[in-house]
Ligand binder design. Structure first.
Ligand SMILES: NC(=O)c1ccc[n+]([C@@H]2O[C@H](COP(=O)([O-])OP(=O)(O)OC[C@H]3O[C@@H](n4cnc5c(N)ncnc54)[C@H](OP(=O)(O)O)[C@@H]3O)[C@@H](O)[C@H]2O)c1
Length: 374
């Protein structure tokens, strides 16, 4: 079979570039880097073609808001990887993918996007297309981590996943659209957790349901708030003995957590349109100014239950020094399974529930993720 051609929407952004780099390194795919700024796409494509043999990368124009431009860009492509901050255009991108007859993967966290894709799921299945949503680190890995530890138990009672992302934000350029989307998502996330065998709404925006998780080493103990991820919804159905599960996230820094986010929560209700722009600028300034080392991204599952008639626990911690690279690695590990056909099936799937978790862990380790099990 000829090498497949993948179009990365946002292919010259922070995550898009790292995805391109790893895909060129790990597979024989050809890439189209696309977005609204063709000069940036051109120069990123030229850079990759000088690094990798075979002129495998080209550049293209596509605006996620404009279905016609997407359809034109998707001509001759086998799949789109949506690495752009365009969750609000999920319907446009999904519609263009279906009409061009190509598969789809996105890495965005967005309740609205999930609802749009779910409303199109019958159409996706009828068209025999494979749509993978919520790829990346989180979303993308937490439910896969629970699926990874579950076979080590005869009965799984508890599986809590926590995450810390500490980035040197000042070394990244975040486009305005990404900053706005980031703030909207933080403002919008559902604080659901599964406790005493049922899904419950966390109290007072999760502030009364924080947990303290020990991430070890220089990161130590961190307070984390519950954040509902769509991929976790299937977990209690998969493991019916579970009494407690959920995903929790640690803060960024004091300024952003305790000033920007609470102000944004109120302002977005009072002045939804006017507040977003200045607050997203304040958030970027706060991230750049107050984020301090140690830097790195960690994801940890703490699991407890029974094995061979005895109480049993297993903690698994994943670590990478760079949060953006740790977003790209799981996507490429998932793509390795997709490209060899082992997980490609028609329908709408979350990355975390579609992948085979043992191979995923093995491939992520090979690509630089450190795994510690205790
Ligand atoms: N799942 C995870 O673990 C995870 C982790 C990190 C980030 N993310 C998500 O990944 C996405 C990208 O984040 P990032 O930090 O890499 O962003 P970034 O560096 O700011 O890049 C965003 C890219 O999207 C493109 N873009 C924006 N609006 C567009 C439009 N209307 N049409 C086409 N392209 C458009 C931009 O190019 P132009 O402006 O030139 O068009 C740029 O290439 C965000 O949605 C973020 O939430 C997910």
């Amino acid at each position: 079979m000829n090498p497949r051609t993948l179009l990365i929407l946002g292919g010259y952004g922070n995550t898009g570039r790292l995805l391109a780099q790893l895909l060129l390194q790990e597979t024989d795919v050809r890439l189209v880097l696309a977005g609204r700024t063709v000069e940036k796409a051109d120069s990123a494509a030229a850079e990759f073609n000088s690094q990798f043999d075979g002129e495998r990368v080209s550049a293209g124009y596509a605006d996620a808001a404009d279905v016609a431009s997407l359809e034109q860009a998707f001509d001759g492509v086998d799949m789109v990887i949506v690495a752009s901050s365009t969750a609000k255009y999920a319907r446009e991108v999904a519609t263009a993918s279906l009409s061009a007859g190509i598969d789809y993967l996105d890495i965005q966290y967005s309740t609205e996007k999930i609802a749009v894709l779910q409303s199109m799921s019958a159409e996706i299945e009828r068209a025999s297309r494979c749509f993978i949503t919520e790829g990346g680190f989180h979303p993308g890995l937490p439910a896969a981590l629970v699926r990874y530890v579950a076979p080590h138990f005869d009965r799984l009672d508890r599986a809590i996943v926590g995450s810390v992302i500490k980035l040197d934000w000042s070394s990244y350029e975040m486009v305005n659209a990404t900053a706005r989307e980031f703030l909207e998502e933080i403002d919008d996330f559902a604080t659901l957790l599964f406790k005493d065998g049922r899904w419950q709404k966390a109290r007072f925006l999760g502030m009364l349901d924080t947990i303290s998780m020990d991430f070890g080493g220089e990161f130590g103990r961190q307070y984390c708030v519950p954040m509902f991820l769509e991929e976790m919804r299937a977990i209690p159905e998969m493991y019916p003995t579970l009494q407690e599960t959920g995903f929790y996230i640690a803060g960024f820094n004091w300024f952003v957590d305790w000033l920007v986010f609470p102000v944004a929560a109120i302002a977005s209700k009072v002045w939804p349109e006017r507040a977003l722009e200045p607050l997203s600028r304040l958030m970027v300034w706060g991230l750049n100014t107050f984020s301090k080392p140690p830097y790195g991204a960690l994801l940890k599952v703490e699991a407890a239950g029974e094995k061979a008639g005895q109480p049993h626990t297993l903690d698994v911690t994943l670590y990478h020094p760079d949060g953006y690279t740790f977003t790209a690695i799981p996507v490429v590990a998932c793509m390795l399974q997709y490209l060899d056909g082992s997980i490609r099936q028609p329908g709408l799937w979350t990355q975390a529930n579609l992948v085979e978790p043992n191979r995923l862990m093995h491939d992520m380790q090979r690509m630089g993720v450190e795994v510690a099990e205790t």
